[in-house]
Write a protein that binds this ligand. Sequence first.
Ligand SMILES: Cc1ncc(COP(=O)(O)O)c(C=O)c1O
Length: 396
Amino acid sequence: MSPVSPALLGGPAAFPAGLPLVRPTIPDVPALTRRLQAVLESGLLTNGPAVRELEERVASRCHIDNVVAVANCTAGLMLVYQALGVDGRVVMPSFTFSASAHAVAWSGGTPAWAEVDGQTLTLDPGDAATLSDGAQAISATHVYGAPCDVGALQRLAEGLGVPLVFDAAHALGSSSGGRPVGGFGTAEVFSLSPTKVAVAGEGGLVTTRDEGLAQAVRLGRDYGNPGSYDCEFAGLNARMSELHATIALASLDGLDERIAWRNQLVAGFKQTASGVPGLRYQQIREGDLSTYKDLTLIVEPGAFGLTTDQLAAALLAEGIDSRHYYRPPIHRQKAYAHLAQDRPLPVTDRLAARVLTVPLWSHLTEREVRTVADAVVRIQQNARRVADALVAADGS
Ligand SMILES: Cc1ncc(COP(=O)(O)O)c(C=O)c1O
């Protein structure tokens, strides 16, 4: 039992100056600043060599011929669904970020919610199969960077003869069975937004083996304009600027080392918090590598003694930020209330009520991460008093 009281009960806060959930890691800012200056001085702020270089570097690291840089992952997903002509049912998880579904909705499609696996938190291929009647596509998310069961999903999609789109927003640098994420399914779409392990400020990358699909996305990111201003379809302006591509290129430097470090940090957290009742983690499949874009705790309130809301409040008193990724799950969000939910999603609902994501950045020290874990241990050891204090504060 820790001799120190949780901050909520009067002990010293673990991080008096606060510990935010995420901070992007930008290696060598002075060198990047010089590269950005060169872009600014070139007068070529878009449609230039940095975007092409980024596409080539990602193609080479993902062992794939076609990479199209876009303004963000959401737009990339929208352009993929548009190019695939998806305007009907898309089997997809509800336990993912809202943009996975918004892209389907913007293209005129309708999500058909499937369960995730309760251990890996990625789309359950068996449950997805039960929804496959009339499906036009399957979408799956490499949640927090953990690769989906890509083999089973590819077999399912091939059997149905429908495209398989991976929302790979979290997973640039992940691999499954030794093969880099980016090479699976019909297309994969990465995000380079500031909460990711590789960042551009804002940005996305579409990867695909399908040359025609790549061409359509390339055209689609540029209004659908082939250069003649005689647009072939209603596209978007979803280009990535040269400035963003330059940041992304710098962010690719050291990406594998940062991912290895994040895995080590997670191992340190788990070691410090080992034996805490009611606390478990997402399972990463044997042979797979996760970016650990997020470190998410799965808290069983009965055994742990606190709900995730109570744990979040106690962590906040320690100065530690956290988020309920993903609560509410998408099928419970207002934006999708119009969709008839004719089948329950007990695994998704259960998980959504039990997840709490805690800070993990690539330049955190192992000591800092273990300090977060220590705070979780301390809070759990004093769960009854913490719960009482929160109830009392609520009533005052
Ligand atoms: C799973 C998932 N999909 C899509 C997105 C959207 O990415 P972007 O912000 O690049 O559009 C995010 C953003 O965090 C995400 O977490």
